[in-house]
Design a protein around this ligand. Structure first.
Ligand SMILES: C[S@@+](CC[C@H](N)C(=O)[O-])C[C@H]1O[C@@H](n2cnc3c(N)ncnc32)[C@H](O)[C@@H]1O
Length: 335
């Protein structure tokens, strides 16, 4: 099957040729904290930035697992943390994405008491838990299984799983990567999208409600309320084959502000366009398909009934374990 081909290709692939990552965006190889001098990615750093980023990540993951075990949480080493989340007693999950410092760029209100919020595609749940901390009543949605993730026509869920594994578990990640590469699609779903969220919810004593659905099937009857005051869509459209259908589905449940955060190229000629980013090789993609430019997203949102659409913020960060720099633009769309 193509899966073994896929694995071999992921192994031999040069990082700098990766067009798009798992769950996002343009990549460049740099180290863990690009701004700090002397750290990977800076001229002063003597180490290969990719290697340094991986080493930092693996050290932090090991330390987290050791501390979690001492705190009585058992063996968390099979977990794959999409988000960095601060947990009691004094734990910080080793996330692939740490949005803590970027939160101001999303411009969520500090006080969200009395607001209903929907977080679509919540992964570990960093945003859902953060908005709950601000007082909102939060409902989030996640896929019911890896099967339900959009995949290119003719491809299998096993191929999708191999692509996702390849994005975090190259051979340079040692035993951590080896474990992830051994996961079945069901195990990958569990350790990436199910168990980490549930553990956070428990330790945070959170009341965030989680529903299982694709973005296309969202409806008031799923949630028991007609619409939400705020809807958050972070890095999800890129993984949909039908981004307009996905956006329209979430938009129909928003009666206030829809926050859309993702890589969003500017349109140099001012023309709305949707770039295809899946490439031509059946196994060489990042489960990412369409990247609309900012003009395109603004126009789509206006056409979907949001009268006021504006760029609320922009930020950069570093995706782990490999230390790729990513860019995010945050749009706010008001009805
Ligand atoms: C890249 S992660 C983003 C996580 C989080 N929203 C953020 O901004 O950090 C994409 C999330 O969307 C979910 N997802 C992808 N395609 C989806 C679909 N068609 N329907 C619902 N959820 C989807 C994935 O399972 C994953 O949790």
């Amino acid at each position: 099957m193509a899966c073994s081909v896929s694995r071999a290709r992921w192994r031999s692939r040069s990082i700098s040729t990766i067009p798009y990552e798992l769950f996002p965006e343009k990549v460049a190889v740099v180290g863990h904290r690009p701004q700090a001098s002397g750290l990977p990615g800076s001229p002063q750093c003597p180490m290969n930035p990719h290697r340094q980023a991986v080493q930092d990540f693996l050290r932090e993951t090991e330390e987290f697992n050791r501390r979690a075990e001492s705190a009585g949480l058992g063996d968390l080493s099979p977990y794959l943390w999409y988000h960095t989340v601060e947990l009691p007693p004094d734990l910080v999950t080793p996330g692939l994405f740490d949005f803590r410092a970027s939160l101001p760029f999303f411009h969520f209100p500090q006080d969200m008491r009395g607001l209903n919020v929907l977080d679509v595609g919540s992964a570990t749940g960093f945003f859902a838990f953060e908005l709950e901390k601000r007082g909102a009543k939060v409902v989030c949605v996640e896929l019911p299984s890896l099967e339900a993730l959009d995949r290119f026509p003719g491809q299998s869920v096993e191929q999708t799983a191999e692509k996702i594994k390849g994005m975090v578990a190259l051979e340079s990640t040692g035993a951590f990567g080896q474990r992830i590469r051994s996961y079945t699609p069901g195990e990958l779903y569990h350790y990436l999208l199910e168990a980490p969220f549930e553990l956070c919810r428990k330790l945070l004593h959170s009341k965030v409600e989680r529903h299982f659905s694709t973005v296309y099937e969202l409806s008031p009857s799923l949630f028991g309320i007609p619409a939400f005051d705020w809807v958050f869509m972070g890095d999800i459209l890129l993984h949909t084959l039908n981004p307009l259908g996905a956006l329209a589905s979430a938009a129909s449940l928003c009666r206030g502000v829809l926050v859309l955060s993702q890589d969003m190229p500017e349109a140099p000629d001012g023309q709305p366009a949707m770039h295809y980013v899946g490439g031509e090789d059946p196994v060489e993609d990042q489960v990412s398909w369409w990247l609309p430019n900012k003009t395109c997203l603004v126009q789509l949102l206006k056409k979907l009934g949001f009268h006021d659409v504006f760029e609320a913020g922009h930020h950069r960060g570093v995706q782990r374990p490999f230390g790729y720099v990513y860019n995010r633009t945050v749009l706010h769309a008001r009805k």
